[in-house]
Design a protein around this ligand. Structure first.
Ligand code: CA
Length: 223
């Protein structure tokens, strides 16, 4: 999953990027409204964390313009404390959730997980796929009850496929949703990571759909 953080407070921006990337997401960040607007307009984010008070272009205008252009990714607004009018305006502008400053990072991470789940149609924080079980809360994957050790890139890849189980996910989509903007996106690396994952989980769990991409079966019997 790839997340955009738009926040002009430098310290908070840095803390957000750190905490979100530690939680297993790819993160891009912008420190003013124009840059944030541009990134959200051109890059495919799974979620955006958007501050309301920003230089050059405010958060509500950004959100309204994205929605008008049919950019439908979940957006969590960061609002100043107790500004109920901001919250109302934010929800009306198309926000999916909001969080008042100051907030605990754990709460933001829980709200991110909830939005990711909702966007991919899962109600529970655990996603099962044959013998695999993804606990989105602890960012752990088990196979037939045994924990699988994954690097952060392997985790991102497997978690993305599990969130979108039952559907063919193209290599391009994976590259766009797993890596930061600055990452050297050689799409061959996806095949390398798929190969590594197949050594750690039953090899037939990830199906290669020739010419199209990869798919995890919606429901298979755990054997
Ligand atoms: Ca601000």
């Amino acid at each position: 999953m790839r997340i955009l953080v738009v926040e002009d407070d430098r310290d908070l921006n840095r803390q957000l990027v750190q905490a979100i990337s530690d939680a297993g997401y790819a993160v891009d960040s912008a420190s003013d409204g124009e840059e944030g607007y541009f990134l959200g307009e051109t890059e495919p984010y799974d979620i955006v964390i958007l501050d309301i008070g920003l230089p050059k272009m405010d958060g509500l205008s950004i959100l309204e313009q994205w929605r008008r252009a049919d950019r439908n990714m979940p957006v969590i607004l960061l609002t100043a404390r107790d500004r109920w009018s901001d919250k109302v305006a934010g929800m009306d502008a198309g926000a999916d959730d909001y969080l008042a400053k100051p907030f605990h990072m754990e709460e933001l991470l829980a709200r991110i997980r909830a939005q990711v789940r909702r966007a991919s149609g899962h109600a529970k924080s655990e996603i099962e796929c044959g013998p695999l079980r993804l606990d989105t809360k602890s960012a752990r994957v088990t196979c037939a009850g045994q924990q699988i050790k994954l690097t952060s890139h392997e985790y991102r890849l497997l978690a993305y496929l599990m969130h979108h189980r039952g559907r063919v996910v193209s290599r391009t989509e994976l590259v766009e949703h797993l890596y930061e903007q600055d990452f050297d996106r050689d799409s061959n690396t996806i095949e390398v990571f798929i190969g590594r994952l197949r050594k750690k989980i039953p090899a037939d769990v990830i199906e290669t759909v020739r010419g199209l991409g990869y798919r995890l079966a919606e429901a298979t019997d755990a054997t």
